[in-house]
Design a binder for this molecule. Structure first.
Ligand SMILES: [Ca+2]
Ligand SMILES: [Ca+2]
Ligand SMILES: [Ca+2]
Ligand SMILES: [Ca+2]
Length: 269
């Protein structure tokens, strides 16, 4: 899934800071009477004003809208999260209408637009589209939604046979995987390699200036990703890595050494 680059500037050598707003997690099907549904947005810039954005929910039946929400006056929080959902969901800022979130095959889309542009039964469009997720619960791919929103992959909330207790969560590679819902907080990291490089020690973590690595017997490749999946840095590493230019927050650090890649959470303070 391609991140949307709204603004980017180079800071230092090899660093790319991009302001991004994405659909980070969706939970259309929830336990019982399905009253814990939510959509989580994430911005790489904390406290991002959401003026001018609208969230639109599309029905796969006619590939047309069944609900729309203006996000004017709202903002992401200090950690970059924003949640629209049922009233009991942790950190909810806008409560969903009674139409809720349909369980699929349907779609959720974020536009730089207004609710008034999406009265009920408005057809899917890529005009002013910022991000979209087409999802289902063991349903066939809906080509009308996928094509209409410029997407190629439809994600299955029931991929681990527990749609009610799982949400679909954006991973570091931009794909969505099922896991325990995490409204208003970091998604579970579900796709990282579990391989370990023996004798490897990475410290300090959290790091503010330099990150030190012990145990590499030759130069490795370090890659740092934002939680949105966007790669921020790729650099050769032997003993240390300067992370002073990273914005405070949570990242994924991957090290590839002699053909083995290990990935771990990195906190920049
Ligand atoms: Ca639902
Ligand atoms: Ca669910
Ligand atoms: Ca359809
Ligand atoms: Ca989350």
């Amino acid at each position: 899934m391609k991140p949307i680059y709204i603004l980017f500037t180079f800071v230092g050598v090899g660093f790319l800071n991009a302001q991004t707003l994405v659909i980070n997690e969706i939970d259309p099907d929830s336990p019982g009477a399905d009253t814990a549904e939510f959509i989580e947005l994430y911005s790489s810039t904390p406290n991002l004003a959401l003026d001018g954005y609208a969230l639109v929910l599309f029905n796969g039946g006619g590939d047309a809208s069944y609900a729309a929400y203006d996000l004017d006056g709202q903002s992401t929080d200090a950690n970059g999260y924003f949640v629209i959902g049922d009233s009991g969901v942790v950190g909810v800022s806008i409560t969903l209408l009674s139409s809720g979130i349909q369980n699929g095959a349907d779609a959720v889309a974020l536009y730089k637009s207004n609710k008034s542009d999406f009265p009920a039964d408005t057809q899917v469009t890529t005009a002013n589209l910022i991000d979209a997720v087409v999802y289902d619960s063991d349903d066939a791919d809906d080509t009308g939604l996928l094509t209409g929103l410029g997407k190629t992959v439809q994600y299955n909330e029931n991929a681990s046979s527990d749609a009610a207790n799982h949400s679909l969560q954006r991973q570091s590679d931009g794909s969505f995987k099922t896991g325990t819902p995490s409204p208003n907080t970091a998604n579970a990291v579900l796709s990282i390699a579990t391989t370990e490089i023996s004798g490897l020690r990475i410290y300090p973590n959290p790091a503010s200036q330099m990150l030190y690595v012990e145990g590499l017997t030759q130069t490795a490749t370090a890659r740092i990703y934002a939680l949105t999946g966007q790669r921020i840095l790729t650099k050769p590493i032997r003993h240390s890595l300067d992370v002073s230019h990273l914005t405070t927050g949570i990242y994924m650090l991957s090290l590839t050494h002699k053909g083995t890649t290990t990935t771990q959470k990195l906190i920049k303070k």
